[in-house]
Design a protein around this ligand. Structure first.
Ligand SMILES: [Mn+2]
Length: 337
């Protein structure tokens, strides 16, 4: 586990990369900050925290990009007018990519890589491909938000309340409210500092977790009433079908927490949610409880992520994806039925 002491003894390469990051900011006029497709709490929190920091400390032309709808519970934290829409012909001095493991995860903003003089990636995915010019990557850290906190602190930068709130959102969402194994004592120390700065923990919890529209909850109920279990209940699979989405008039990314719900089952080792995007496109989210590394499984199919939370997509319909996945997981979950 990482301790504050180890963090203070940040390795030399990391230190140099952080220096280069701040030099690059100093030397740039037009800066764009983006995250990964289908933005989640860590992605949104990190992008907005860095945006707030830059707007407070520098006089730069700033842009932010999110590819995919901002989930309903994060909308109050993002001014949608700031989001870059016409970008194909835009050139930037600096592109900062946050919480994104590879170029493919940039979605429609992938072209910005070649349209920017310098690219910096700040990330904590162990599957990160180091695609940027400067890579500040630490897979031992709970979230990109926490990593950003350490980066700012290492250069004695001021963290104001807004930045603190965004970093706190990034941390709680990526650690499952401090419950995943990526949560370290340092993560708690960081949270402690953020609360000292003035973060209202209960207010953020209400906004992020206790604000579900009834339509989303009904879609959630439809999904969890059709979970299938395999391999002596070690594998649980739920499907978010097009039918469920349309019937309840919700967005795919608004239905949260199903993969975590399945993992609550005592015997479950791998929980899985299949999302039907098209008749030949299904996205797969995987979570593991103990020793199985689901990022290895995802990598086989061109995806990535963390040991206990990963994902990929398949060009198959949702039913065939389920069949393929059950077969694929046989080697991890063994015999039984
Ligand atoms: Mn993350």
């Amino acid at each position: 586990m990482q301790t504050m002491n180890q963090m203070k003894q940040m390795n030399l390469m990391m230190k140099n990369n952080i220096k280069e990051f701040f030099n690059a900011i100093d030397n740039s006029d037009k800066i764009c900050i983006i995250g990964h497709v289908a933005p989640d709490g860590d992605c949104i929190g990190s992008v907005m925290a860095l945006y707030e920091f830059l707007i407070g400390e520098y006089n730069k032309e700033l842009f932010i990009g999110f590819d995919g709808k901002i989930p309903y519970n994060f909308q109050s934290y993002v001014d949608e007018n700031l989001i870059l829409t016409d970008f194909e012909d835009k050139k930037f001095d600096l592109l900062v990519v946050l919480d994104c493991s590879d170029e493919g995860r940039l979605g429609k903003y992938k072209c910005l890589i070649s349209n920017s003089k310098k690219v910096i990636c700040i990330d904590h995915h162990k599957t990160n491909t180091e695609f940027a010019d400067i890579n500040i990557i630490d897979p031992a850290i709970s979230s990109t938000g926490e990593l950003l906190f350490h980066i700012l602190k290492s250069e004695n930068k001021q963290i104001n309340l807004k930045i603190a709130e965004y970093i706190y959102i990034a941390i709680i969402t990526d650690t499952g409210k401090f419950s995943y194994s990526s949560t370290s004592s340092v993560t708690h120390e960081v949270a402690s500092e953020l609360i000292q700065i003035g973060v209202d923990v209960a207010e953020i919890d209400n906004k992020i977790y206790n604000s579900k529209p009834i339509s989303t909850v009904k879609a959630y109920i439809d999904c969890i009433s059709n979970i299938n279990f395999y391999y002596d209940n070690k594998l649980g699979i739920a499907k978010i079908s097009d039918e469920i989405i349309n019937k309840n008039n919700v967005n795919m990314n608004d239905i949260e927490g199903i993969v975590e719900f399945i993992r609550e089952v005592n015997e479950v080792e791998i929980s899985c949610v299949l999302k039907e995007y098209d008749s030949d496109l299904t996205k797969i989210s995987l979570r593991s409880k103990n020793d199985i590394d689901v990022s290895d499984i995802s990598k086989k199919f061109g995806g990535g992520g963390h040991a206990k939370a990963a994902g990929f997509q398949m060009n198959k319909n949702i039913k065939d994806t389920e069949i393929t996945l059950i077969e694929e997981l046989k080697e991890y979950l063994g015999g039984g039925q």
